[in-house]
Design a binder for this molecule. Structure first.
Ligand SMILES: Cc1cc2nc3c(=O)[nH]c(=O)nc-3n(C[C@H](O)[C@H](O)[C@H](O)COP(=O)(O)O)c2cc1C
Length: 384
């Protein structure tokens, strides 16, 4: 379904910015609506994607870009029970079903490469302690086979170990290619390992990977360079959450840090930089704590690199941020989870299904592949 046919029933004379095509790397995307990466904890045994996962992603293929959920790059990078992995052949075979389902509908799909760092538990790591830049607690818990378990104090990575983790990102990137993905997104947001290196609140190392902003950014740069070597910059994205405070995250000068990070990334001209907006870290009704929205970073994102804004967006705010030129694409999380045909609903100004929070993480088909499409509720078609 493209924007011009789905707009047929509308009186509106202008095409919504969200529904216009955009070039991202080598891909001409049919709209600017991104399915945000969403951990759903529904992979099969061994982190192998199943046909149910393929159906779920295939249902959402009308997004301009689908970003598949946070996916551990090695067995030591599990952060949630029933996460899919991207570190062995069986997982590659499972993911092929997913990429084929999305591409069969003309969609484009990237995979989010994930390492939780201290945001994990030995029950998810074959008894090993989680690793981190420094021995500092997250204060959070993870869902494991024994229910929610508080994170223990992590073990600090030795400098010599870090190259091995970078190599795991490179291997995961290669496996994502074998699985048929169109590109990969490096997860450098939301309290996980790369962000733990970036923030001085979680990184107390005194040299090479710590202390100065340049040193704290080194791990991310090593990862993106390794992944670019596999994919080429034009098929690699990076997700950042400059305002994140969850899981004990914090930095003494967020603007200086993220201005540096975004400039360093932009210098490598990735396909896109994906920014989580400040308002998701708190109450949407109050002013955000940090003035670190996409608009602030826009001047630093240049050349072929696109900017994606995520977090708390509605159809209206998404159209507005593109119109203002502060972002090129907009990611939708919870509303895409609950509306497999979200672009069509936007095109028709149709109402949205509500999301069901209790079925977000783990479980069965319920709350996963059974959210209705508009065609299941014909009386809503074309309503304004
Ligand atoms: C169920 C759920 C799972 C999520 N999983 C991920 C994830 O795997 N990776 C990630 O970067 N963000 C994840 N997020 C954050 C979303 O990508 C998104 O940034 C957030 O939901 C805010 O956008 P929204 O207001 O459109 O939902 C998740 C959010 C939800 C609700």
């Amino acid at each position: 379904m493209n924007a011009s046919t789905s707009n047929a029933g509308l009186c509106a004379t202008t095409v919504q910015p969200l529904l216009t095509p955009v070039q991202v790397g080598p891909y001409r995307l049919r709209n600017r609506i991104v399915m945000a990466p969403l951990t759903r904890m529904r992979a099969g045994a061994g982190g192998i994607p199943q046909s149910m996962n393929a159906l779920y992603y295939g249902q959402r293929a009308s997004a301009g870009l689908v970003i598949a959920e946070a996916t551990p790059i090695c067995a030591g990078a599990m952060g949630y029970i029933h996460q899919p992995g991207i570190f062995n052949e069986a997982q590659v075979e499972g993911w092929k079903r997913v990429t084929e389902a999305v591409q069969a509908e003309g969609g484009t799909i990237f995979l989010q490469l994930f390492h939780p760092g201290r945001m994990s538990h030995p029950l998810l790591l074959n008894g090993q302690l989680p690793v981190a830049p420094s021995v500092l607690a997250s204060g959070e818990s993870s869902p494991t086979a024994a229910g929610m378990q508080p994170h223990p104090l992590p073990r600090a990575l030795a400098t010599e170990e870090i190259a091995g983790i970078v190599a795991n990102y490179a291997r995961a990137a290669r496996l994502a290619g074998a699985a048929g993905f169109d590109g990969v997104e490096i997860h450098a947001a939301n309290s996980y390992l790369i962000e733990q290196f970036l923030h001085d609140g979680s990184n107390r190392r005194t040299h090479y990977y710590g202390d100065s902003i340049a040193n704290r950014t080194r791990f991310l740069i090593e990862v993106i360079e390794a992944v670019i070597e596999v994919w080429g910059a034009e098929r690699v994205g990076v997700r950042l959450s400059p305002s994140n405070t969850r899981g004990g995250m914090g930095d003494s000068d967020r603007w200086a840090l993220y201005a540096h990070v975004v400039s360093e990334l932009n210098a490598r001209q990735p396909a896109y930089i994906h920014l989580v907006e400040p308002r998701v870290s708190g109450n949407f009704d109050v002013e955000p704590e940090f003035d670190l929205g996409a608009g602030r970073f826009r001047p630093l994102v240049t050349g072929q690199t696109k900017l994606i804004s995520a977090g708390g967006h509605s159809q209206m705010s998404g159209n507005r941020i593109i119109e203002k030129g502060e972002a090129d694409l907009v990611a939708f999380g919870r509303s895409f989870l609950a509306n497999p045909d979200l672009p069509r609903r936007f095109a028709l100004d149709a109402p949205l299904n509500d999301y069901d929070r209790p079925t977000f993480y783990g479980g069965t088909e319920k709350g996963y592949i059974d959210y209705p499409f508009l065609s299941d509720a014909p009386h809503l078609e074309g309503s304004t």
